[in-house]
Design a protein around this ligand. Structure first.
Ligand SMILES: NC(=O)C1=CN([C@@H]2O[C@H](COP(=O)(O)OP(=O)(O)OC[C@H]3O[C@@H](n4cnc5c(N)ncnc54)[C@H](O)[C@@H]3O)[C@@H](O)[C@H]2O)C=CC1
Ligand SMILES: NCC(=O)COP(=O)(O)O
Length: 350
C-alpha cells in the first residue's frame, strides 16, 4: 500500500454559484467518488444544493488531521463559511475570498502531509478579480505563487488511461496538451514567447512527464505561433528568431523535441503518432483541440508543483448551475488521476 493511501483526496468545490458544488454532490450520490474523498466548502450551501437537486448524500462535518470515516453514502466536508448567500448562476464578488479560502485550506493540508492531493472544481476568474484580487488569473498561477515555485505548466490530458472506463467513449486517445502561455490576452501572447520561456516550460514539461507519468524519454511536439509556423518569416518571425533556437538548444541537451510545426496540421493522427505531449504556444491553440477530442473525459494537471493538483476540463457553466444537468465526467477523471499521481509520488518516495 502506498503512503498516500490513507490520506484524504481533497476537492475544493469552487465557485459556489457555478456547477462545482453539484458535480461533487452528484458523484457522491452515485457512489462514484474515490475512497477517502473530502470536500471543502460551505456545509449549509452543500446541504441545500443536494436537497434542491434531490441528491441522496449525507454530508458530514470533518476537519484536517481527523481520520476520514468511510461510511457508504456519506461525504466528509471540511467547512469553509460562505461570505454571502448564493443563488446558482448568479455571481457575487463577496464570495471571492471564500473561494480562495477553500484553496488555501487544501494547499496547507497537502503541504502539511494531511492530504494526498487536491482536485479543484471550477472557479470564476472574473468574479475573483471583481472581489478585490486584481492580479488573479487562475488556479494555476495562484498555486505557483502559493507553493513558491518559479513556474508551473498547465497541461490538459485525455489519454487512454483516463477515459478507459468511460462507456461509449468516441474521442481520440492519448492526447496531452501543455501550454507555453496560459491566461493572457491574445494581444500579449507574442511578447510572452521568449527563448527563456520556451526552454524553461519545455524542461518542466519533460521532467514531469517522466516524474508524474512515468515516460522515461518524453517525445514532445511543439506548435509554431503564427500561421504555417511563420512561412519562413513572411507571416511572423517568432519561429525563426525564438522558437527554433530554443528547440535547437533543448535538442542539444538531449531532449526529444520536434518543431516548431504548423499548429493546424500538428493535431492530425500522422503527426501525433509517437508523440507524448504537444506544447502549444497559447491557451486556445491547444485547448480547443483537446476539448474537441475529449471534453468531459479530460483532466487539467498542474506540472512543476511540489503537490499533486488536478482539475476539471471545464469552467463554472453558470448557464447550467443549479439544474443538475452538468456532466460530472471530467471531475471523475480528475479525481481518479489525482489519486493515481499521489500514489505514484508516495511510492517513488518510499
Ligand atoms: N478549472 C477552472 O477553474 C476553470 C475555470 N474556468 C472559468 O469558468 C468561467 C466560465 O468559462 P467559460 O469559458 O464560459 O467555460 P465553461 O466551461 O464554464 O462553459 C462553456 C460551455 O461548456 C458548457 N459546460 C461546461 N461545463 C460543463 C459540464 N460539466 N457539463 C456540460 N456542459 C458543460 C457550458 O454550459 C457552456 O456552454 C470563466 O471564469 C473561466 O475562467 C474555465 C475553465 C477551467
Ligand atoms: N482552460 C483551462 C483553465 O482556464 C484552467 O484554469 P485554472 O486551472 O488555472 O484555474
Amino acid at each position: 500500500m502506498s503512503a498516500s493511501a490513507g490520506l484524504p483526496l481533497l476537492i475544493t468545490t469552487g465557485e459556489p454559484a457555478g456547477v462545482g458544488p453539484e458535480l461533487v454532490l452528484m458523484l457522491a450520490a452515485q457512489g462514484r467518488l474515490p475512497e477517502q474523498t473530502v470536500a471543502i466548502g460551505d456545509l449549509t450551501m452543500l446541504r441545500e444544493r443536494a436537497a434542491a437537486l434531490g441528491l441522496d448524500v449525507t454530508l458530514v462535518q470533518a476537519s484536517p488531521g481527523q481520520p476520514v470515516m468511510a461510511t457508504a453514502g456519506a461525504l466528509p466536508v471540511w467547512p469553509v463559511a460562505l461570505r454571502a448567500p448564493v443563488t446558482p448562476g448568479v455571481l457575487d464578488p463577496a464570495n471571492a475570498s471564500y473561494v480562495l479560502a477553500t484553496l488555501e485550506l487544501a494547499v496547507s493540508a497537502c503541504q502539511a502531509g494531511e492530504a494526498a492531493a487536491m482536485v479543484t472544481a471550477p472557479l470564476h476568474k472574473g468574479v475573483i478579480i471583481e472581489g478585490g484580487y486584481s492580479g488573479f488569473t487562475g488556479h494555476t498561477e495562484w498555486l505557483r505563487d502559493a507553493c513558491e515555485v518559479d513556474d508551473v505548466v498547465m497541461m490538459l490530458a485525455t489519454d487512454a488511461a483516463l477515459h478507459a472506463s468511460a462507456p461509449g467513449w468516441q474521442g481520440s486517445a492519448d492526447l496531452r496538451v501543455a501550454l507555453v502561455t496560459t491566461h493572457l490576452p491574445l494581444r500579449e501572447v507574442a511578447d510572452a514567447i521568449t527563448f527563456e520561456r520556451v526552454t524553461h516550460i519545455s524542461r518542466l514539461l519533460a521532467a514531469d512527464l517522466t516524474r508524474q507519468f512515468g515516460i522515461a524519454a518524453p517525445r514532445i511536439a511543439v506548435c509554431g505561433l503564427n500561421p504555417h509556423a511563420g512561412e519562413e518569416g513572411h507571416l511572423g518571425r517568432e519561429e525563426l528568431d525564438i522558437i527554433t533556437p530554443a528547440l535547437d538548444a533543448l535538442r542539444a541537451e538531449g531532449m526529444d523535441i520536434q518543431g516548431p510545426l504548423p499548429a493546424d496540421t500538428l493535431f492530425t493522427p500522422r503527426h501525433l503518432a509517437g508523440v507524448d505531449a504537444v506544447l502549444a504556444m497559447y491557451h486556445d491553440q491547444g485547448l480547443a483541440v483537446l476539448k474537441y477530442a475529449g471534453f468531459g473525459q479530460a483532466a487539467n494537471i498542474t506540472l512543476g508543483l511540489p503537490l499533486v493538483r488536478t482539475s476539471v476540463d471545464h469552467g463554472t457553466a453558470l448557464d447550467l448551475a443549479g439544474k443538475g444537468v452538468a456532466d460530472p465526467g471530467s471531475l471523475g477523471v480528475a479525481l481518479a488521476l489525482a489519486r493515481r499521481l499521489a500514489n505514484q509520488r508516495s511510492n517513488a518516495a518510499c
